[in-house]
Each structure stands twice: as structure tokens, then as C-alpha cells.
Design a binder for this molecule. Structure first.
Ligand code: AMP
Length: 277
């Protein structure tokens, strides 16, 4: 496995890389969710590359950026274990050189949910992924369904900017108790960690009400909120039942929909979702 630090190293190595080329963009602190993306990429690619870059532009709170967990040695060992061919782990200045002055801003699909709760977040995501897609020129790039809105934003960006990389969404990997794996889980206290599976329970309560025939989106939101209310450490930020294609909040659930939520446990913010229909 080769670790590349600069755009020019990347260009040189990739020009000779066997195709198809599979890309797994990450911010490091790798866990089994990232590993699942790497395995899928490996299964479908002749060359597999991960990127490790904590992107300052997608953090709307600077404390969150500073506290984001980092351990490059451990991350590189995981990439090696997963049999990746290449890792691109650039500095901030390599991704955003002096004079960098462009923002990629996706429209309607980036506005609600995480876009509303974290102003500027998706501008940062779309901008860095556009840069990575352009630098790598992968045939396919692999993302987690755990960040369902992110997948939709990136698909829209790639389509609109005529970037030919295919965006592949992979299932959410969970702990045995249902908590979605996340680099942020490391910040949970033991009590908060014990409480955190309530996100999954609440999403499944929403799904169960829909499966029982409920079509009022407010009633499905109510089922999710009621499950969250059973956990005093959980402070819901939003609870959403949205159109699965546009992410607009629904009145009636009569097609594909996305149940999603953001919940704070102290200063740690967790998100999860469940597609239905
Ligand atoms: P991050 O390093 O958090 O930016 O995540 C890098 C990629 O891994 C993103 O496409 C995430 O959606 C994906 N990912 C994060 N957590 C999980 C998970 N629990 N299961 C599947 N994919 C995940």
C-alpha cells in the first residue's frame, strides 16, 4: 500500500493504476463502517484508494473540528489490513492551496435536515468531494447510507458538474445494540453510550407505526418522538419524516420516505436514519 501526500504524487501513481478504480473518502478514525465501504470497493475495483482528510470546511463549529478524533497510524494500519492499494492523506494546504476561492453549493436537497441544522456543512462536503472526485477520477466512489442526505447531495453535485464517478451507497454498519458506528461515538460517556441506541429504537418505532398502516407523517414523527422521550439523556434536535427523493417534510407517507433524526447526548451529536416505502 502506498501513502500519497500531494496532488502530483497522486496524479503520477493514478495514471498507471489498473481500472476500475474505486474511491472511499473518509475523515479517518476508521471503524467497521469504513471497512465495509473498503471491502465493497475492493470487490468491485482493480485499484482501491481511500482518502483520509478531516475537512475543516464541513465543520460548522470549530470546536467540533478541533475535537474530531485523529490517529493516522492506526488508520493506515486498517487500510493496509483491508488490502487497499493507495491512501491519499493530504494536508489542508494541499487540498485548499493558497488562493483557493470556490464553493460548491448544492441546492434544495442540501437545505433541510443536516443542511438546516449545520449551516455551511454541505457546502464544505460538496466542495471537498468535488475536489477529490476531480483529483482521483475514480470509476466509483463508496459512501455510507448512514449519512443518507450526504449521499443525495453528492449524487446531485456529481450529476450537475458532469463528474463521471458513480456514487455507490452502502448499508449502515451497527453495533450489536443497534447504535450506528460513528467516529463521534468515542466522545460518549458510558451512560450516554448506554442511552444512544435509543436512536435506532425510535427509528424502528417509526417504521413499525408505518408498517401497521399509519400514513400520517405527524403520527409517525410522534411514534419516533415518544420512543426518544423514554431516554432522559437524549435531546432531540430534529425528528423527520421526509420524501425519499426530495427530503421535503411530508404530510402523508404514500411513497418512498426517509425517517431521520439528530439527537444530542451532552455535546455529542448523533444522526441516524431509516428508509421506508
Ligand atoms: P466519515 O469518516 O465519518 O466522513 O465517513 C466516511 C464514510 O463512511 C461516509 O461515506 C460515511 O457515510 C461512511 N460511514 C460512516 N459511518 C458508517 C456506518 N456506520 N456504516 C456505513 N458507513 C458509514
Amino acid at each position: 500500500m502506498r501513502v500519497l501526500r500531494t496532488r502530483s504524487e497522486l496524479r503520477d501513481v493514478l495514471s498507471a493504476a489498473p481500472r476500475p478504480l474505486g474511491l472511499v473518502p473518509t475523515m479517518g478514525w476508521l471503524h467497521d463502517g469504513h471497512r465495509s465501504l473498503m471491502r465493497r470497493a475492493r470487490a468491485e475495483s482493480a485499484t482501491t484508494i481511500a482518502t483520509i482528510f478531516v475537512n475543516p470546511r464541513q465543520f460548522n463549529e470549530s470546536a467540533d473540528f478541533e475535537q474530531y478524533p485523529r490517529n493516522e497510524d492506526r488508520d493506515l494500519a486498517i487500510c493496509e489490513e483491508e488490502g487497499l492499494d493507495l491512501v491519499f492523506a493530504p494536508s489542508v494546504g494541499e487540498v485548499y492551496p493558497d488562493g483557493f476561492d470556490t464553493v460548491v453549493q448544492v441546492g434544495a436537497v442540501a437545505e433541510p435536515l443536516e443542511g438546516a441544522a449545520r449551516p455551511g456543512h454541505f457546502d464544505g462536503v460538496a466542495t471537498v468531494v468535488a475536489i477529490l472526485f476531480s483529483l482521483v477520477g475514480a470509476d466509483r466512489a463508496y459512501f455510507g447510507q448512514k449519512d443518507a442526505q450526504q449521499v443525495m447531495v453528492i449524487r446531485q453535485m456529481a450529476r450537475d458538474l458532469a463528474i463521471p464517478t458513480e456514487v455507490v451507497a452502502c448499508p449502515t454498519v451497527r453495533e450489536p445494540d443497534g447504535l450506528a458506528l460513528s467516529s463521534r461515538n468515542v466522545h460518549l460517556s458510558p451512560e450516554q453510550r448506554a442511552a444512544a441506541p435509543v436512536l435506532r429504537r425510535a427509528l424502528l418505532a417509526g417504521r413499525a407505526s408505518w408498517e401497521a398502516g399509519e400514513r400520517s407523517a405527524d403520527a409517525v414523527r410522534g411514534a419516533m418522538r415518544q420512543a426518544l422521550a423514554a431516554e432522559p439523556l437524549a435531546e432531540p434536535e430534529y425528528v423527520s419524516v421526509a420524501d425519499g427523493r426530495t427530503l421535503a417534510e411530508l404530510d402523508l407517507v404514500n411513497g418512498p420516505a426517509l425517517l431521520s433524526m439528530a439527537v444530542r447526548f451532552g455535546t455529542t451529536r448523533l444522526i441516524d436514519n431509516e428508509p421506508i416505502g
